[in-house]
Design a protein around this ligand. Structure first.
Ligand code: C5P
Length: 211
């Protein structure tokens, strides 16, 4: 059988706990050939736009992402070729000048709010997960994170949530749940779901003789 990496997609709304699920899976297979790719790093490069324009961008719309580049990189990784992964800076709302050299791995965890929205991306995934968390918990987590880690004020997070994040979630993210193989309630706190996923990934890796 031809050796080909396994791609696991982890989707879900902002603040749903996707990153916790991704990290839990990653940690479980540490020491094995595993990597993470965040769709967020593939926001379109806006360095040619002034900051005030970048502030007005709708970052929760499918068109905000450079999925062409993400797909190109995934295809390279699937051929076991290295990539130069872009780096995104939330504080200045654009890609930084740096890129990171990433070597291919047997297991690729692809994480992002809209990874299940693009059919081309869905076709590249072996397992599709959707982390399903209530809106009240998502906004609380986002508030704390964006103020602490992404240089935002409380007012700006609330304004963006009400005017952009919430409507875009309902229009574009939530409907992609239908494409998921597994829906995980309560993200990183759902130990049973994570253990089940670990077993499933292990089986796939064994079938592919990676373990
Ligand atoms: O990590 P998380 O899934 O929450 O990241 C996606 C979120 O990042 C989106 O909901 C988007 O509103 C936000 N974002 C932002 N400013 C940017 C880029 C993304 O607030 N410059």
């Amino acid at each position: 059988m031809e050796r080909k990496p396994v791609v696991i997609g982890v989707a879900g709304g902002s603040g749903s706990g996707k990153t916790s699920v991704t990290k839990a899976l990653y940690e479980n297979f540490k020491g094995h050939s595993i990597m993470m790719i965040e769709q967020d790093y593939y926001y379109k490069d806006q360095s040619d736009l002034p900051l005030e324009e970048r502030l007005k961008t709708n970052y929760d719309h499918p068109l905000a992402f450079d999925n062409d580049l993400l797909i190109e990189h995934l295809n390279q990784l699937l051929r076991y070729e290295p990539i130069e992964k872009p780096v995104y800076d939330y504080t200045i709302h654009t890609r930084s000048n740096e890129v990171v050299h990433v070597e291919p791995k047997d297991v690729i965890i692809l994480e992002g709010i809209l990874i299940l929205e693009d059919e081309r991306l869905r076709e590249l995934m072996d397992i599709k997960l959707y982390v399903d968390t209530d809106a009240d918990l998502r906004i609380i987590r986002r508030l704390l994170r964006d103020i602490k880690e992404r240089g935002r004020s409380m007012d700006s997070v609330i304004e963006q949530y009400v005017n952009v994040v919430r409507p875009m979630h309902n229009q574009f993210i939530e409907p992609t749940k239908r494409y998921a193989d597994i829906i995980i309630p309560e993200g990183g706190h759902n130990r049973v779901a994570i253990d089940l996923m670990v077993t499933k990934i292990q089986t796939i890796l064994e079938q592919k003789s990676f373990l």
